[in-house]
Design a binder for this molecule. Structure first.
Ligand code: FES
Length: 107
C-alpha cells in the first residue's frame, strides 16, 4: 500500500539485524537497516565518493562504508570517521501492518 508521503518497500520480517536492505523509494535507491531495536533508512550512496552503502555493515552504532571505511552515526547520519563535514541523508521508516513504510521526504 502506498500513499503520498510513504512508500511500502516490503515486509519488515525480511530485515536482518545490522544488514542493509537495498530498495527504492520512487526512483531513488535507499537502504533500510534494523539495528538495536530501531529502524533506519538512508539514501543509498556514500557522500564520500558515492559508492553504495548496501555492501556496508553496522559496527558500534555506525554504518561503515566498505569502499574506504568511512563511518556514519546511525541516528544523525554524521560522518564520524573520514570527512566530518559529510552526512547521510536519512528518511523516516515505520512498520505498518508488517510492511516497511519509508517516507519520501528526508528527515
Ligand atoms: S565511497 Fe564510502 S568511504 Fe569512500
Amino acid at each position: 500500500m502506498e500513499n503520498a508521503e510513504k512508500i511500502n518497500v516490503g515486509k519488515a520480517e525480511i530485515l536482518k539485524e545490522g544488514v542493509p536492505f537495498k530498495t527504492k523509494v520512487g526512483k531513488h535507491p535507499v537502504i533500510v537497516v534494523k539495528w538495536n531495536g530501531g529502524l533506519f533508512a538512508y539514501k543509498d550512496y556514500c557522500p564520500h565518493e558515492f559508492e553504495t552503502l548496501a555492501t556496508g555493515y553496522v559496527e558500534d552504532g555506525r554504518i561503515v562504508c566498505k569502499a574506504h571505511g568511512y563511518c556514519f552515526e546511525m541516528d544523525s547520519g554524521n560522518c564520524v570517521k573520514g570527512d566530518n563535514a559529510l552526512k547521510l541523508t536519512r528518511f523516516e521508516v515505520t512498520v505498518e501492518n508488517g510492511d516497511l513504510m519509508v517516507s519520501r521526504s528526508p528527515l
